[in-house]
Write a protein of this length. Structure first.
Length: 96
């Protein structure tokens, strides 16, 4: 399943969060997310402090664990999402 993760850094934790993130390698990103989560892409707001990530996992516990890694520095929202084809199929079937 696909998830959209949105975050906004807490003002008093911004520099701590920037430091933690800036020291990470791509390998660290994989370790941070865990083996059961595939990061599709991550985008950061211009000016920093907020952003969005799309990831894929079938393990909501693993996803929750990943979010806990950053919960002390960011306000995080996780939203299940679907692609166009999935939504079209569901809507088309409901409209029959």
């Amino acid at each position: 399943m696909l998830y959209q993760i949105s975050w906004k850094m807490y003002n008093d934790k911004k520099m701590e969060c920037y430091k933690a993130f800036s020291l990470m390698t791509p390998e660290d990103d994989v370790k941070d997310a865990g083996e059961e989560i595939k990061i599709i892409g991550r985008w950061h707001g211009v000016g920093g402090g907020s952003g969005v990530c799309i990831c894929e996992t079938d393990n909501v516990e693993a996803l929750t664990g990943w979010m806990v890694n950053w919960a002390g520095m960011c306000d995080i929202t996780v939203l299940p999402v679907v692609e166009d084809a999935t939504l079209r199929k569901v809507v088309s079937e409901k409209l029959k």
